[in-house]
Design a protein around this ligand. Structure first.
Ligand SMILES: Cc1cc2nc3c(=O)[nH]c(=O)nc-3n(C[C@H](O)[C@H](O)[C@H](O)COP(=O)(O)OP(=O)(O)OC[C@H]3O[C@@H](n4cnc5c(N)ncnc54)[C@H](O)[C@@H]3O)c2cc1C
Length: 389
């Protein structure tokens, strides 16, 4: 099989790269070992962030999120549920955080309205009756499965090929240059060879392992988080606590459920989707602080995902799976050109980021691939509406 670019990974990042490159006229083949959206992208909390959660800790990420939030509203409105968001100061939260948070939102350009506790309780009767402050932001819930399917549909309509249930096992290299990949069709056991001019490693938490197969390994800061989905939405808006990011401080009305989460547990295993008893208990007790009574509700299901964070500031090149305070690891992203880093021409990895910033991550990655292929076509994804159906 021949193609211009192989994209490894069918999460939101890889699907976004496939869509971007296809819009620029490249012939793309995406290879995914499961179905699209079955990695972290199908195991997330459900927010298209405005960035307001990060304003006090990571202003760059907050600005990136807000810019992308407004773009995704334009190009893929059908994957969103425009719930809005309310940040609340619970009885046990520190009042001093409010000033830093509102100043951060202002600096990031995120619109915030002080609606006060009485209005918040009128809109959200299940909120803690002693809520001390409440601010409205334009957060939205996002159906990530529909987003991945939409990106796939949009890319395929431009000729992209998606090989799902195929796992990339090794790279084909000639003269220090990546020239293709060898994948296993997991349903038949057959080996499939795909020749190409460049490869994008968009394997999320598996990106370090995939890079290693080409002799271009790097460390990820993997962080596992758990979510609990309750029977019923419980709230109209997404609720977040006014405090530095911590466990169990966001509640998202998602489809017919309300989803509480999350946790942040260091792990070395990208497939580590365990939920420990203390995580379930921590989420329940922290959510109870702003939504009292939630502990009595029926939990329909729970899941966990692994954040594919990358923060070179917290690790050395050889420190795979370094244990750091994962909540402090940057939520921004990096495009790694392995020609510059490791002497492996033709391989680019995209690491870090968030679901909210996938489009920008895909744009920067595709720019780099364009440079490598000598193709100077501009990115069109910020102004091209995705195919809804
Ligand atoms: C608990 C939690 C909550 C989160 N909440 C939010 C949120 O509310 N809002 C937000 O914006 N972000 C959130 N995030 C972050 C967001 O989910 C991720 O940043 C994003 O989904 C990563 O997408 P990805 O495509 O990079 O990775 P993935 O979705 O993991 O995709 C990588 C894909 O690569 C495939 N793959 C790996 N190795 C191979 C191989 N050898 N061959 C073929 N395929 C391979 C995997 O099967 C996988 O499907 C959350 C993350 C977690 C863990």
């Amino acid at each position: 099989m021949e193609t211009d670019v192989v994209v490894i990974g069918g999460g939101v990042t890889g699907c976004g790269v496939a869509w971007d490159l296809a819009l620029r006229g490249a012939n793309v083949t995406l290879i995914e070992m499961g179905d699209v959206g079955t990695g972290t992208s199908g195991r997330y909390h459900g927010l298209l962030h405005t960035g307001s959660r990060y304003v006090a800790s990571d202003l760059t990420s907050a600005r990136e999120c807000y810019g992308e939030h407004t773009t995704i509203r334009r190009v893929a409105p059908h994957v969103l549920d425009d719930t809005g968001g309310i940040f609340v100061l619970s009885p046990s939260d520190e009042e001093s955080f409010v000033e830093a948070w509102t100043a951060g939102c202002k600096a990031a350009g995120i619109p915030v309205e002080d609606i006060g506790p009485a209005e918040a309780l009128r809109r959200e009767p299940l909120l803690h009756p002693d809520t001390r402050a409440a601010f409205e932001v334009p957060d939205a819930a996002c159906n990530s499965f529909e987003l991945c399917a939409t990106l796939r549909r949009s890319a395929e309509s431009l000729g992209a090929r998606f090989l799902t249930y195929h796992r990339v096992e090794s790279f084909q290299e000639e003269d220090g240059r990546v020239r293709g990949v060898n994948a296993t069709d997991l349903r038949t056991g057959e080996t499939v060879e795909v020749r190409c001019q460049a490869v994008v490693n968009a394997a999320g938490p598996w990106a370090g392992e995939v890079g290693k197969k080409a002799g271009a390994g790097f460390g990820m800061v993997l962080s596992r988080g758990a979510m609990l989905a309750f029977n019923g939405r419980w709230t109209g808006a997404i609720l977040s606590r006014l405090r530095p990011p911590g466990d169990g401080d966001i509640f998202v009305p998602l489809g017919p459920t309300g989803v509480a989460g999350t946790t942040s547990v260091p792990t070395d295993d990208p497939g580590d989707t365990r939920i420990e008893d203390w995580e379930r208990e921590r989420i329940l007790s922290e959510t109870e602080a702003f939504l009292p009574g939630v502990r009595q509700a029926r939990i329909l299901r729970s899941w966990a995902g692994v954040r594919p964070l990358y923060d070179p500031g917290t690790q050395s090149d050889s420190a795979e799976g370094t244990h750091v305070d994962n909540r402090k690891a940057a939520r921004t992203f990096d495009v790694l050109d392995h020609a510059e880093r490791d002497g492996v021409e033709g391989l680019v990895s995209i690491v870090g980021g968030k679901l909210t910033t996938f489009r920008l991550m895909a744009e920067k990655t595709s720019d780099k691939i364009g440079e490598k292929l000598g193709v100077d076509k501009p990115c069109l994804t910020a102004k091209t509406e995705m195919l809804a159906r």
